[in-house]
Design a protein around this ligand. Structure first.
Ligand code: PLP
Length: 435
């Protein structure tokens, strides 16, 4: 299968090239040239399929033309070596718990798949060294670093803002060593992202080293996120629930996660509609309401992985619906909540149902409580474990949050990072010293 750029000014490329390049040369994002429907029979079997069996079939339909089937099966099963349970919070609202992976956030799925796919493409490429650059406000860095740890022919540079990620998050990408280098930038997350973007545009750097992105602009990170939408549907169908009126709510920042869900729907998954839940960074909500897209600087919130003022994957949403605002708004509604509303939702949900939400899941849960219509059943994506935001969560609910053993293990490691100013020349010099 070929991949085409959303900007429409670059040649189509193979899966390998789309993955290795990350962004198209015309600054567009790659999309699969075709999105085929899965057979009816697949949906009949879905309720009785395991996560791995289901994912292998979906992966086959997406990547089957480009990867040896046995290898594809292997790397898909390896990616999903943890569970993704659907948990009932109330009879109408279910939590899809995406935090049972190694770094306790949904990004583990895409990052683990992408790492294995790059490893697969690299096996035939001699001594090619791919340099993955990733800017992080917390969760992306940990998922990517852990996903790529030890992958042959790949080196990862994680850029993070000094003093602005929690100690738990920092420990997940600064203690690994091997092929993972943490760069502690004296600046903000926006500065980190700007350095990475500038590196991709720098002619000299790109001549001397192969650079790619592991943010959700990369097809290998974003497409595998569709696996768990099928899995959520299958688990709910297995309970005998009425599957006519399923609504899925996704706490959204860069919009990679929800775009994968919209593509799953296009492949035939019977989801009635989606809700894109925003914190105070609500450019998408504004677009739905007004038809105008006005990107701006992000503001800081307690659901900080969603603090995005110009979501990269908005280009893919537009592309998927042929830039038709009404078509987009017909399948997806939006909402926006303040920190106060997010906090109140975390507190009241714990008191009323016993379910502990993290700040991101809370945004989505609140959207379901406000937007679900009679007869509908809602699934929301619980994108991170509450322990990743321990201080925030405990401060709001007053209840203790236990740290899972695999998270505590990171915190015992020794921090290794290189301090750098938020200055492109300094960053470039460091990269070139490793070319
Ligand atoms: C990254 C992230 C999000 C936002 O996902 P997008 O794909 O960027 O929309 C939501 N919640 C958590 C916990 C995240 O880490």
């Amino acid at each position: 299968m070929q991949y085409r750029s959303t900007a429409g000014n670059a040649p189509d490329v193979s899966l390998e090239e789309a993955v290795v390049k990350g962004l198209a040369p015309d600054r567009g994002l790659y999309m699969p040239e075709r999105i085929g429907r899965l057979p009816e029979d697949f949906f009949r079997r879905l309720p009785s399929m395991s996560l791995q069996e289901m994912a292998c079939e979906v992966a086959q339909s997406l990547f089957g033309e480009d990867i040896d089937p046995e290898k594809l099966r292997e790397l898909t099963a390896e990616t999903l070596n943890f569970t993704i349970p659907l948990v009932e919070v109330t009879p109408e609202r279910y939590s899809l718990e995406l935090f049972h992976g190694p770094t306790l956030a949904f990004k583990d799925v895409g990052a683990r798949f992408m790492a294995r796919l790059l490893g697969y493409f690299n096996r035939d490429s001699g001594d090619r060294l791919v340099n993955v650059l990733v800017a992080t406000s917390g969760d992306t860095g940990s998922a990517v670093a852990n996903g790529f740890l030890g992958v042959e022919g790949v080196r990862v540079f994680v850029l993070y803002p000094k003093g602005k990620v929690s100690p738990i998050q920092e420990s997940q990408f600064t203690t690994l060593g091997r092929n993972i280098e943490a760069l502690e930038i004296d600046g903000t997350f926006d500065d980190c992202q700007a350095l990475v973007k500038q590196a991709f545009l720098d002619g000299e750097l790109n001549d001397r080293m192969m650079l790619t992105s592991a943010n959700s602009i990369n097809v290998a990170r974003f497409l595998p996120q569709m696996f768990y939408y099928f899995h959520a549907w299958g688990q709910l169908a297995a309970t005998g629930a009425d599957m006519e009126n399923i609504v899925v709510c996704v706490p959204s920042g860069n919009f990679g996660n929800i775009t994968a869900g919209l593509i799953a729907k296009r492949m035939g998954l019977p989801i009635k509609r989606f809700i894109a839940a925003n914190n105070a960074n609500d450019v998408f909500y504004e677009y739905l309401v007004t038809g105008e897209y006005r990107p701006r600087h992000s503001v800081q919130t307690i659901a900080n992985a969603m603090d995005v003022g110009d979501p990269s994957n908005f280009a893919r949403v537009l592309d998927l619906y042929g830039h038709d605002h009404d078509a987009i708004a017909a399948e997806t509604s939006g909402c926006t909540y303040t920190d106060k509303e997010i906090a109140a939702t975390m507190k009241s949900t714990l008191e009323e149902t016993g379910y502990q939400l993290d700040p991101h899941g809370a945004v989505a849960y609140r959207a379901l409580t406000e937007q679900l219509r009679p007869g509908e059943t809602g699934i929301f994506l619980e994108t991170a474990h509450p322990a990743k935001f321990k201080e925030t969560v405990e401060g709001i609910t007053g209840a203790g949050v236990e740290i899972p053993a695999r998270l505590a293990a990171f915190m015992r490691g020794k921090k290794q990072s290189v301090p750098l100013p938020a200055d492109f020349d300094a960053f470039k010099t460091l990269l070139l010293s490793k070319a």
